[in-house]
Design a protein around this ligand. Structure first.
Ligand SMILES: Nc1nc2c(ncn2[C@@H]2O[C@H](COP(=O)(O)OP(=O)(O)OP(=O)(O)O)[C@@H](O)[C@H]2O)c(=O)[nH]1
Ligand SMILES: [Mg+2]
Length: 303
């Protein structure tokens, strides 16, 4: 005899933490596919990115957020506001801490401000592969002293270690109710957004210092061809002519490498042959242009 069907559950879990804590890496592991870009550099994620996972009768919508830090520029402020917004709207909040840097100032400040968020929180100590086991208990105790957490997980988002435990714990913590997305959907972001993010990830991988932070990528054209392939045009905005030259590289080498790497990954995401055309434009004030924020899904901070 078939077992009686379990009631379905669905809800939102925000992942918040300092820049580089591993939020996007964890989101991708939870979902089982790459929906959010990752880099070794801080401040990679700029807006909320949703990834959808199923665990038994439960659908969990994970919300990856930009890292929380002390903002300086307008874009920084929009990112941090977006991160707090993601947390405010969630049913449950997962606070990620990189165990290598658990006492860094950003974590101290984040833990101090957690009380502003009314939802229940749980702690995720990440990158446990980088620290000796004995240290982890001391870190767990120290962090739990500074905040109220329902439970603590020790994971390595990079390898997937401990990630299943997070999912199964969340399974019964989501509110009863119908699923919010079709069962097989893994993201709510349009492909053109993901494609722009993939190219931005390649910029973060290949360019250094200020450049990743002084540039943004937008998908301008997404044209389905009769043969099933897609023609995609993207614009990389930078602030100075000098930056444009760096993105292009000697004899166009750098942009070519960025394009090749991006095309490969966009092809997988789009499940179609992709023709990718990248254009680099100097737009001195792109970081003060409301239109750029709209494209990124960010609110434009006034003043
Ligand atoms: N050793 C190790 N590295 C990890 C682990 N999880 C993530 N990383 C690395 O940490 C770096 C940052 O990862 P991201 O997922 O981009 O971090 P994030 O919190 O999303 O960063 P922002 O978007 O900038 O806030 C990347 O180089 C990851 O490969 C882990 O469990 N162990
Ligand atoms: Mg991220």
């Amino acid at each position: 005899m078939a077992e009686p069907e379990q009631p379905t559950r669905a809800g939102f879990v925000a992942l918040i933490g300092a820049p580089n804590a591993g939020k996007s890496t964890l989101l991708n592991q939870l979902v089982g596919a790459k929906v959010s870009i990752v880099s070794r550099k801080v401040q990679t994620t700029r807006t909320q990115v949703r990834g959808i996972a199923m665990s038994g009768p439960t659908q969990i919508v994970f919300v990856d957020t930009p890292g929380i830090f002390a903002p300086k520029r307008r874009l920084d402020r929009a990112m941090v506001t977006s991160a707090w917004g993601g947390a405010t709207d969630a049913d449950l909040i997962g606070v990620l801490i990189d165990v290598q840097k658990f006492d860094q100032e950003e974590n101290t400040r984040l833990l101090e401000r957690l009380g502003e968020l009314k939802q229940p929180k749980f702690l995720i100590l990440n990158k446990v592969d980088t620290v000796a086991k004995e240290k982890l208990l001391a870190i767990t105790a120290a962090v739990n002293e500074r905040g109220q957490f329902e439970t603590t997980f020790m994971i390595a988002a990079l390898t997937g270690y401990g990630v299943k435990d997070v999912l199964s714990w969340l399974e019964t913590r989501m509110p009863l109710g119908p699923w919010l997305y079709p069962e097989d959907q893994i993201s709510d972001a349009p492909l053109r957004f993901l494609a722009a993010e993939i190219t931005r990830e390649k910029i973060f991988e290949r360019l250094h210092d200020e450049l990743p932070y002084r540039s943004t990528v937008e998908t301008e054209q997404w044209q389905q061809r009769p043969d099933g392939s897609v023609r995609i045009e993207q614009t990389i905005y930078v602030e100075r002519e000098g930056q444009r030259k760096i993105v292009l590289g000697e004899g166009g080498q750098t942009i070519k490498a960025i394009g090749q790497a991006a095309r490969k990954e966009i092809t997988e995401a789009a499940e179609a042959t992709v023709h990718l055309f990248l254009f680099v434009k100097v737009r001195e004030n792109w970081a003060d242009d409301p239109e750029r924020y709209r494209e990124m899904g960010l609110e434009f901070p006034k003043g």
